[in-house]
Design a binder for this molecule. Structure first.
Ligand SMILES: *Cc1c(COP(=O)(O)O)cnc(C)c1O
Length: 354
């Protein structure tokens, strides 16, 4: 692999990291490698242990996040591998409102007696610090999905470390362009690369970025043994997406900020939630579930679909999912702002809102 200068800006790292050596006749990109096994005696050996297309993606995302990256079959596979770091009986502190899959995994493990969970308001730093005493792991999601609350990652990391807990941040919503958890004091950053990193609604992929070799080795050991490996094609496509992440996010964020300004006093909305950065907005439609359900089929541009972070703008009423937290308003519709022109996005939404 080509060695890069870690002092480069993230925009530059996203372009140059994960490239082959600059030798004559080498391709500029690491080619897609489909291989179940390798000629013996080297470092790869078998397709469950290593793949050059994974490594190229991992080198690039690791450079951006400032740690060592491992890719997984999905975001939830990555999250599961990290939760496996908690010793039996350990306590995990987690946001009461966060990605439903994370909460369901924690509840499932708690039900099986493998760990116990203390749910907190992740925006209440003092409460998180208090809960972290005696905990093995503090799980942060910031901004949270879909409430868009923010956690003070440096303050929580300091308190958690003082209490002997490790700190994990689900960085899916912010991406390493806007937030680098390891620089802020966290031990591990996790991603659903399915979202902004891959960015085109055609890939499922997860990633774990670790600050220490011990955590890297432990997570790699889980992946190699339990087999939640990504497909080489998915890693290849996600790296292609990562190359344009900063420009995509810049545009999507600028459009999101403009939409927030235009929607601020909209008479059909009870609330417009936006954490100030990123491209996810949660609006609360007046009239609850019925009004929100009536909104979604009325657009011609915004697509009614779960997931987020693609080039195409999508939206959905989150409480249509039974697992969504009961404190999320029935009329909350999460908007994932894509790359269409902001006037077209606004006009389509405004027409649907009436
Ligand atoms: C989608 C998502 C996940 C799960 O990722 P998958 O790739 O769907 O398994 C985890 N965390 C957050 C914040 C997400 O949005």
């Amino acid at each position: 692999m080509h060695e890069q200068n870690p002092a480069f800006h993230p925009e530059t790292l996203a372009i140059i990291a994960g490239r082959p050596a600059r030798d004559v006749d080498e391709p500029l990109n690491v080619p897609l490698t489909l291989a179940s096994t390798y000629v013996a005696g080297g470092e790869r050996e078998y397709g469950r242990y290593a793949n050059p297309s994974w490594t190229a993606f991992e080198d690039a995302l690791g450079a951006l996040e400032g740690g060592r990256c491992l890719s997984f079959a999905s975001g939830l596979a990555a999250i599961s591998a990290v939760l496996d770091l908690v010793e039996p009986g350990g306590v995990v502190v987690a946001p009461r409102r966060s990605y439903t899959g994370t909460v369901l995994q924690l509840d499932d493990r708690a039900r099986e007696g493998r760990l116990s969970v203390v749910y907190v308001d992740i925006a209440d730093t003092a409460a998180v610090a208090e809960a972290s005493v005696g905990a093995a792991m503090v799980w942060i999601e910031s901004p949270t999905n879909p409430a868009l609350e923010l956690a003070d990652i440096p303050a929580i990391s300091e308190a958690a470390h003082a209490a002997g807990a490790i700190v994990v941040v689900d960085n899916t919503f912010a991406t390493p362009v806007l937030q680098r958890p390891l620089e802020l004091g966290a031990d591990i950053s996790v991603h659903s690369a399915t979202k902004y990193i891959a960015g085109h609604s055609d890939v499922l992929l997860g990633a774990v970025i670790t600050a220490t070799d011990a955590h890297h080795d432990a997570v790699l050991g889980r992946r190699s043994l339990y087999g939640a490996i990504p497909s080489p094609l998915e890693a290849f496509l996600a790296l292609r997406g990562l190359r344009t992440l900063s420009v995509r996010l810049e545009r999507a964020q600028a459009s999101a900020q403009e939409l927030v300004r235009r929607l601020a006093d909209h008479p059909q909305l009870d609330e417009v939630r936006y954490p100030g950065f990123g491209a996810i907005i949660s609006i609360v439609v007046k009239g609850g579930a019925d009004a929100a359900d009536a909104l979604v089929p009325r657009t011609s541009l915004w697509l009614h679909a779960t997931s987020l972070g693609g080039v195409e703008s999508t939206f959905e009423r989150r409480r249509r999912w039974a697992a969504e937290h009961e404190t999320i308003p029935e009329g909350l519709v999460r908007l994932s702002v894509g790359l269409e022109h902001v006037d077209d996005l606004y006009d389509d939404l405004a027409a649907a809102l009436g």
